[in-house]
Design a protein around this ligand. Structure first.
Ligand code: SAM
Ligand code: SF4
Length: 336
């Protein structure tokens, strides 16, 4: 049902878009097996990556023309982009309907010990830290880097810097880390961070994904509930289905992209590091905003291109069905 007003970024199914995810770099200092190949990707030449000024311009136009309210910085690994705090400062100056933008970041946490405080002062409000194993050897196998201690320090630094909330993103893969669900729940309860378990999606560069590797929401919740009973929280428009601990010790979330897709209430658009706007993680097409900007295009040209791209957004992905088409880009190239 159409729920927007004139000027909203509405697709042909009536979904109003309020959330922009920006990949600030395609580079990364880890090589998670479910995301990148061991040798990394062919990194983009720096001249092809959007400048901070170009990113700021796209955000300003989307906020002013379409009422985008929240922006999440991601990658690749966003914190490997030099002077990221300068971008945060610039974005924090943009007003959405008179209020500051809701600014968040998804990071692997390895560098947070040295940059969390600076990013918080620059205006970053919320943070998600990705961590898929609490066991040092397994972490090293999964990320192909022996950096678990740095991530744990990064989580502590994020809490000290006052990000609210600090969430942990855990991609659950059967036979890989599915025996750590309760360990992660305990970790979250003890540290005061909310853990979000993510169903494994077919966006790995190595194309090793298979349906049997997915651990679905029901199994995740049943496994944790045996140790720490959980109750469902009524689902809002956010992708995560939330569950609170019956004893009041916080909550966990599950992002059930595969077993319970939330495409019907999707409010996201994505900007890749080289300036392509995508209407979906799984989109097969995108529009090149960098070409418009570097070709001397106006804000009106950007507005028209964005609207056309969103209007051709499909109803949803079809993971698991015969009609599903894997996107050409992997997660790190799109910006998760
Ligand atoms: N490097 C940062 C990080 O790892 O948090 C940000 C970029 S990463 C691509 C964003 C999120 O995508 C991470 O939480 C990561 O775990 C998730 N992700 C990557 N590949 C995935 C896959 N195949 N299925 C589900 N989630 C995936
Ligand atoms: Fe890097 Fe994040 Fe992909 Fe891991 S999930 S390889 S940390 S971009």
């Amino acid at each position: 049902m159409y729920a927007g007003v004139m000027g909203d970024l509405v697709d042909s199914f009536g979904r109003v878009h309020r959330d922009l995810r920006i990949s600030v770099t395609d580079r990364c200092n880890l090589r998670c097996t479910y995301c990148m190949p061991a040798e990394g990707m062919d990194w983009l030449p720096r001249s092809q990556v959007l400048t901070f000024e170009e990113i700021h311009r796209v955000v300003r136009v989307l906020v002013e023309r379409f009422g985008i309210r929240s922006v999440r910085l991601t990658g690749g690994e966003p914190t490997v982009r030099a002077n990221l705090d300068e971008l945060v400062t610039a974005l924090a100056g943009i007003r959405a309907a008179g209020a500051p933008l809701d600014l968040a970041m998804t990071t692997n946490g390895t560098t947070l010990a040295s940059c969390a405080a600076r990013l918080a002062s620059a205006g970053l409000g919320r943070i998600n830290i990705s961590l898929d194993s609490l066991r040092r050897e397994r972490f090293a196998e999964l990320t192909r880097r022996d950096d678990l201690a740095d991530v744990l320090d990064g989580i502590a630094a994020a809490l000290d810097a006052g990000f609210d909330p600090v969430k942990l993103n855990v991609v659950v893969m059967r036979g890989v880390n599915s025996d750590e669900l309760v360990d992660f729940a305990r970790f979250g309860r003890e540290r005061g961070v909310s853990v979000r378990f993510i169903e494994f999606m077919p966006l790995d560069a190595d194309e090793q994904w298979s349906p049997s590797a997915v651990v679905g929401q029901d199994e995740i919740v049943a496994t944790i509930s045996k140790e720490f009973p959980l109750e469902a929280v009524v689902r809002g428009s956010e992708p995560a289905q939330r569950f609170r601990y019956s004893d009041g010790a916080g909550e966990v979330g599950v992002i059930p992209s595969v077993t319970r897709p939330f495409c019907g209430s999707c409010d996201r658009v994505r900007l890749t590091s080289e300036g392509a706007l995508r209407n979906c993680l799984f989109a097969s097409e995108e529009v090149d905003l960098r070409a418009i900007m570097r070709g001397g295009g106006s804000d009106d040209d950007i507005e028209r291109a964005v609207l056309a791209e969103v209007r051709r957004k499909g109803p949803g992905h079809a993971i698991g069905s015969t009609t599903f088409v894997r996107p050409r880009r992997s997660m790190s190239q799109i910006g998760g």
